[in-house]
Design a protein around this ligand. Structure first.
Ligand code: SF4
Length: 508
């Protein structure tokens, strides 16, 4: 795989044949994913909807990673509304940057504010002025230009403009082509960001040649590098998650480095001094690690996400295998499991038998279902943003899942609400942004991810159990909300099949 000669990363519809519209059971979904077709015919890759209520935008998801980068100014080349969601990240981003570097600033972003006149005249002038202003005013190491739909539609040649401006700025200019209209698979955002990082940040460090000379100190440094692992965090891992994974890998003798979130430009240079790139989720990182393998021969691991004890065990063992540290890993796993069993005991009584619906990224929801089953709860439904090959290994940690209902839909709250009414879960675990509908149905809600909470590793399993216990015991707020609010759907919609609007081939 090498897409780096291109201006931007391809959409995942094309590169991974990803699907964004499916309704059926888990066993039907897994069979369909294997052969690329719906059970009763029709191409999975070409599926769509006759009616869609909302859709995801890769521009906004790209910002979730870009806004975390240190010593950078973000220029949103778009109408003003495109990056408005960044406001919700301001506090978290500043605090988390400062956990890495106390002197780090919060997010600095500028918007070129394209309007109707620019649609006719082009946005080049505004882009030039904004980049030069960012360079002179803030003196950052890098200026990242995230490209929205409008400049792509009117034909602004962002790459040429930036390459011309590069001679006038001290900051390195980094274009990120993440126009929302180009893909229905929002996760293409990860590829768009990694494309920019691979082309502009990743460079072979000069230090590598220096340490190659035979000398005891330098050999020690080489040994250290041979024990280095990069763990890739594209904003769905909290600092508490990072610390838990670091603790587990340190315990078997490995050094850990986290990129790209909260990294600064220099971190990417030394990111090549590693023996293994570890993805916590194929949906995030395959584009990045495959390019690093091809260009710099660095091995990578994409397997499962360390959520739930079986997935965590599998993840640790796969990493240990690369370094021949299986024995150390087994000892660690056994000690951790013993401790976890004791700590989960008080919660099992409250949670056993409760029915759970999970919505969010395909890999994450299926892995989180392992915790649900571990606690004696029952999974009754999944709603995945999209479907691709990376979900398959995660199912191995689950029992009795074949008949569980799956909806593949990026957002589409009308399908979610119909399913919840039918399946009657006791708890909803979902991606942030999809909670208001479920809250108005009176369900207790656990966010699938929160930047202040721990979900990964053994301590993450404990934290999920502890928080589930609390929301199940105290669900009054959402019950009152359900009594005093109403949803916008007619009762006829609830009588219809939730997958009524899914069509087998998305003929445009
Ligand atoms: S879809 Fe296009 S116009 Fe809409 S927010 Fe995303 S980048 Fe902006």
């Amino acid at each position: 795989m090498n897409y780096l000669d291109g201006k931007s990363a391809p959409g995942r519809e094309d590169r991974l044949k990803a699907n964004t519209a499916f309704g059926g059971t888990c066993s039907q979904m897994r069979n369909s994913a294997r052969n690329g077709c719906f059970p009763d015919g029709g191409c999975l890759n070409l599926a769509g909807r006759r009616f869609a209520q909302t859709q995801g935008c890769q521009f906004t998801l790209s910002l979730a990673t870009l806004n975390t980068l240190r010593n950078a100014v973000i220029v949103m080349h778009s109408p003003i509304g495109c990056g408005a969601c960044s406001i919700s990240n301001v506090g978290v981003n500043k605090s988390y940057k400062q956990l890495r570097d106390p002197l780090a600033t919060g997010i600095i972003w500028l918007n070129t504010n394209l309007d109707e006149v620019d649609v006719i005249n082009g946005g080049e002038k505004k882009l030039r002025e904004t980049v030069l202003f960012a360079d002179q005013e803030y003196r950052p190491e890098t200026i990242i230009v995230a490209n929205g739909c409008v400049p792509a539609l009117i034909g602004d040649d962002v790459d040429s403009i930036l390459s011309d401006l590069q001679t006038q700025t001290s900051a390195i200019l980094v274009p990120i082509h993440c126009e929302g209209f180009k893909t229905k698979v929002m996760a293409t955002a990860y590829d768009a960001v990694y494309h920019g990082i691979l082309k502009n940040y990743i460079k072979m460090p000069e230090r590598r040649e220096y340490i190659a000379e035979p000398d005891l100190e330098k050999l020690k440094e080489q040994y250290r590098i041979s024990r280095n692992v990069n763990i890739l965090n594209v904003s769905s891992m909290s600092r508490a998650d990072e610390l838990e994974l670091q603790r587990l890998l340190n315990a078997i003798g490995l050094n850990v480095n986290f990129i790209p979130c909260y990294a600064e430009p220099e971190d990417f240079t030394y990111a090549l001094e590693t023996s293994l790139n570890v993805s916590i989720c194929g949906t995030h990182d395959d584009y990045f690690v495959q390019h690093l393998k091809e260009k710099y021969s660095i091995s990578f691991l994409i397997d499962t996400i360390p959520i739930g004890r079986k997935n965590t065990e599998r993840w640790i063992l796969k990493i240990a295998e690369h370094f021949d540290l299986q024995e150390e890993a087994r000892q660690l796993i056994s000690a951790e499991n013993e401790q976890l069993d004791k700590s989960l005991e008080p919660y099992r009584k409250t949670l056993a038998g409760k029915r759970v619906f999970l919505g969010g990224g395909e890999v994450r929801i299926v892995a989180t279902a392992e915790i649900i089953q571990d606690l004696g709860m029952k999974v009754v439904g999944f709603k995945a943003h999209h479907l691709d090959q990376f979900v398959e290994p995660i199912f191995e940690s689950l029992a009795e899942i074949d008949d569980v209902v799956v909806d593949v839909a990026t957002n589409q709250p009308f399908e979610q609400v119909n399913l919840i009414k039918r399946l009657k879960p006791d708890v909803y675990i979902g991606h942030t942004g999809g909670h208001n509908i479920s809250a108005k149905l009176g369900l207790p809600i656990l966010p699938l991810f929160g930047p202040s909470y721990n979900y990964l590793g053994y301590s993450g399993t404990f934290e999920v159990a502890r928080r589930l216990n609390r929301i199940v015991k105290n669900g009054q707020f959402n019950k009152k909300l359900a009594q005093n609010t109403r949803l916008p759907y007619k009762k006829e919609w609830y009588e219809k099949d939730p997958f009524t609007y899914i069509k087998k081939e998305d003929v445009v």
